[in-house]
Write a protein that binds this ligand. Structure first.
Ligand SMILES: Nc1nc2c(ncn2[C@@H]2O[C@H](COP(=O)(O)OP(=O)(O)O)[C@@H](O)[C@H]2O)c(=O)[nH]1
Ligand SMILES: [Mg+2]
Length: 70
């Protein structure tokens, strides 16, 4: 991985102030998500009759990291 092209940012805020939402949106808009992840999370929301939230992309990544599959 080329670290010269990395852009480091820090998101700080209280609980429920939208940190996960903005990170999810940034990952999505910069094409940094694994292929199909956005569609997978949208499908999960549809199945559970929940409105889609960009914050759920973070939860999906966290679950994968815990499973060692990312
Ligand atoms: N109205 C509004 N709601 C937002 C915004 N950003 C996030 N939210 C909502 O606030 C809630 C908490 O967001 P989340 O990203 O999980 O917050 P975190 O705890 O800081 O990670 C979620 O229900 C989001 O949909 C925003 O810009 N405007
Ligand atoms: Mg969060």
């Amino acid at each position: 991985m080329n670290t010269e092209n990395h852009f480091k940012i820090v998101i700080v805020g209280h609980v429920d102030h939208g940190k996960s939402t903005i990170i999810g949106r940034l990952l999505s808009d910069t094409g940094s998500l694994p292929n199909g992840r956005l569609e997978q999370v949208k499908e999960m929301c549809r199945k559970n009759s929940r409105p889609f939230e960009y914050a759920f992309l973070l939860d999906a990544l966290k679950n994968e990291q815990r499973q060692g599959s990312l």
